[in-house]
Ligand binder design. Structure first.
Ligand SMILES: Nc1ncnc2c1ncn2[C@@H]1O[C@H](COP(=O)(O)OP(=O)(O)OP(=O)(O)O)[C@@H](O)[C@H]1O
Ligand SMILES: [Mg+2]
Length: 431
């Protein structure tokens, strides 16, 4: 394989000072200013002890090669070094050690949409970016309409980008990066911003870009996207590559690492329990068939999710909702207690209540699931949602599989009834 990207022993050291020397190039100052409104809350940045002059390695001895046409997904926890790696590859920041060789033009769409000038209009930025990719003005002009149409920004193309909403900004940044025909497209987390329809469009465009034989490097926390789009994945952990290869395998490794099963969450101190002035959550737990609190279940057994909440205001009508997410982050189902026979719609006295949601066996496939809950009152006018309060793991039930042991994918796995009939042949039945 002739590599299009070659990364050798790449290390990046950052210094944590009192002034938080966060930026090492002028370009990064720009990017950071632009990034601020789009920053998701996370615990990566700033979670390290920031002693003056202290240094740490955001990337440590990272080596890999990428062949032309590969779509490489880079995954890892917050602060693992993913964005740092892409910034070094995009030459926005210098490595401390090691080197990067890139044989071709590259366009980057970092957390930010690097390379946009806030004072310039969308139109001017498109031409500026094209020029930075070494394109001639006429070439850019040919692509211009397509870019504007993809970004759905026709009305705003002559507005300075600093006036764009975060969604508009990312739409333009993605459209520019994807349409200017770079050899290598470098994308960081773009799919986290923008609505579902645009995310879908971006994923479609990424695979189209890849089909043209271009190379894509793609950082994402969306494991479904990584598994379905990428030809290879790289798992970064504290600045180092810990696994590389088949996307499904790497994603599973990543999702399985460092997680503890949690069958029960109890808010022991009512004063600090989540909720509203009308009610608060007291506990959520999972029980198996036998009534035991457990996070390990078999795919064929039934189980229940109990939501306990305290009504603080006599006369409210309360209820609960359970939401289930699989390990790809796919929202598998929601269920609410509004068809419950005893209490739904009645005035609740003050006190402690439990709503139990019953799940049948043979509904879900093996894997890990996260449970979020909602408690609501008075025709859903007041509600409180608590995410990922409990989780459980379903283990394969051999019975349900019968004689088939191969891959069995899908978000749900009910046991459906089948019948086979002979329509033509020696055993044809006339009925
Ligand atoms: N310019 C900088 N100066 C100092 N530290 C930095 C700088 N940029 C990143 N870091 C630190 O380097 C580490 C790696 O950060 P990076 O942004 O690469 O993580 P990431 O994998 O992209 O995380 P996320 O999933 O949250 O986007 C973090 O601890 C971060 O705080
Ligand atoms: Mg990042």
């Amino acid at each position: 394989m002739t590599a299009i990207i070659r990364v050798e022993d790449l290390s990046k050291q950052y210094r944590l000072g009192a002034d938080n020397t966060y930026r090492d190039t002028l370009r990064e100052v720009l990017t950071d200013a632009l990034r601020a409104p789009f920053r998701r809350a996370h615990n990566g940045k700033g979670s390290r002890p920031a002693g003056a002059g202290e240094t740490f390695w955001a990337l440590k001895d990272v080596s890999f090669e990428v062949a032309p046409g590969e779509i490489v997904g880079i995954v890892g926890r917050n602060g693992a070094g993913k964005s740092t790696l892409l910034k070094v590859l995009s030459r926005i920041t210098q490595p401390t050690k090691g080197r990067v060789q890139i044989y071709g033009t590259s366009a980057s769409l970092l957390e930010v949409g690097t390379g946009f000038h806030p004072e310039l209009t969308g139109r001017e930025n498109i031409f500026l970016n094209g020029a930075m990719l070494g394109m001639k003005r006429a070439e850019i002009a040919r692509k211009f309409d397509e870019i504007v149409a993809f970004a759905e920004l026709d009305k705003f193309i002559d507005t300075p980008v600093k006036r764009y909403s975060s969604g508009m900004y990312v739409r333009l940044a993605f459209a520019v990066a994807a349409h200017l025909e770079p050899d290598i497209l470098i994308i960081d987390e773009v799919l986290a911003v923008g609505d579902a329809a645009f995310q879908k469009k971006c994923l479609g465009k990424i695979s189209a870009v890849a089909l043209q034989g271009r190379t894509v490097l793609f950082v994402s926390h969306n494991m479904v996207a990584v598994k379905s789009l990428c030809t290879r994945a790289i798992l970064l952990q504290i600045g180092s590559v810990v696994e590389e290869g088949d996307p499904a395998r790497v994603v599973n490794h990543y999702l399985g690492a460092g997680r503890v099963s949690r069958a029960e969450t109890i808010w022991a101190d009512p004063m600090h329990a989540p909720g509203t002035p009308a009610f608060r959550l007291r506990s959520v737990r999972i029980r198996n068939d036998a009534g035991e609190v457990t996070s390990e279940l078999s795919t064929h057994e039934s189980f229940r999710v109990e939501v306990e909440y305290e009504n603080l205001s006599a006369g409210s009508a309360l209820g609960a909702t359970v939401l289930l997410y699989n390990s790809d982050g796919v929202h598998v189902l929601s269920s609410l207690s509004n068809r419950e026979a005893h209490w739904h719609g009645r005035a609740f006295p003050k006190g402690l209540f439990r709503s139990t949601c019953h799940f049948p066996g043979n509904l879900l496939p093996e894997g890990r699931f996260d449970v979020s809950v909602l408690v609501w009152a008075n025709n859903y006018s007041i509600s409180h949602r608590e995410d990922y309060v409990v989780e459980f793991e379903l283990h394969e039930s051999i019975d349900a599989r019968a004689d088939y042991f191969g891959d069995w994918s899908g978000v749900v796995r009910p046991l459906l009834d089948w019948e086979t009939q002979c329509l033509e042949g020696p055993e044809t039945h006339s009925d």
